[in-house]
Design a protein around this ligand. Structure first.
Ligand code: C5P
Length: 211
């Protein structure tokens, strides 16, 4: 059996949300607890990345390692990577602010990597009409043909994930870095309930979904 580890990144300050959303209550637990529990379903070990100011909390989730994040999401992923043992063959990266990702999404992404892909991302086809906008001026309508909204979890061959982070790049997700070196990234079916808690309305929707 392949050795799978997960990195749950919760090192953001939640500026757009107006506070640290990873600690907000959701269905009787906290946002971060949902994310860690789901990651654990597919991983032998979980590394949790937190803002340095949270490291001393007495109510941390039960994980194999807790590390301080960096100034960007990518830096936080790298901080997590440093705590993942070398024995890990597949590493799953998950945003703590997607608490409704089920364990099945983690498993599907890991299985795609075990099946030969360098990376696998959970994603759903776009359903909205997309427009490029400059200020409030519509510049063009962009065809949504072939466009998917990408979520986490994202699973990777451990050697590939470590290699793409070696030069300390910055990107909004890890798969983008893997694509950029020409490695094979596949999509696995995501879940529209796997929303990203970005502003307070997202938390209200998540609360309704778990109720
Ligand atoms: O920045 P964004 O909203 O895309 O954040 C996605 C995830 O990355 C969140 O779970 C957030 O806590 C995490 N993050 C991090 N370190 C940062 C910025 C974001 O771990 N410096």
């Amino acid at each position: 059996m392949a050795v799978v580890w997960a990195i749950v990144v919760a090192g953001g300050s939640g500026e757009r949300f107006g506070g640290p959303k990873q600690w907000m209550p959701l269905g009787g637990r906290r946002v971060v607890d949902w994310s860690v529990d789901a990651a654990r379903k597919a991983a032998a070990g979980v590394v949790l990345v937190l803002p340095v100011s949270d490291l001393g909390r007495g109510d941390l989730p039960d994980v194999e390692a807790v590390v301080a994040g960096g100034g960007s999401r990518s830096a936080s992923v790298r901080a997590g990577l440093a705590a993942v043992p070398n024995a890990a063959e597949v590493i799953v990266v998950h945003d703590a602010v997607r608490p409704l990702a089920g364990g099945d999404l983690f498993t599907a992404a890991v299985e795609a990597v075990l099946g030969g892909a360098a990376g696998a991302v959970c994603a759903v086809p776009m359903t909205d009409t997309l427009k490029r906008v400059d200020g409030m001026h519509v510049v063009e309508t962009v065809s949504r043909e072939g466009l998917w909204a990408v979520q986490t979890p994202q699973a990777f061959r451990a050697d590939v994930l470590r290699a793409v982070h070696a030069d300390e790049p910055d990107a909004t997700d890890d798969a983008g870095l893997v694509e950029a070196i020409g490695e094979w990234v596949v999509v696995v079916a995501g879940d529209r309930r796997n929303l990203k808690i970005t502003d307070p309305v997202d938390l209200a929707v998540a609360e309704a979904l778990v109720r």
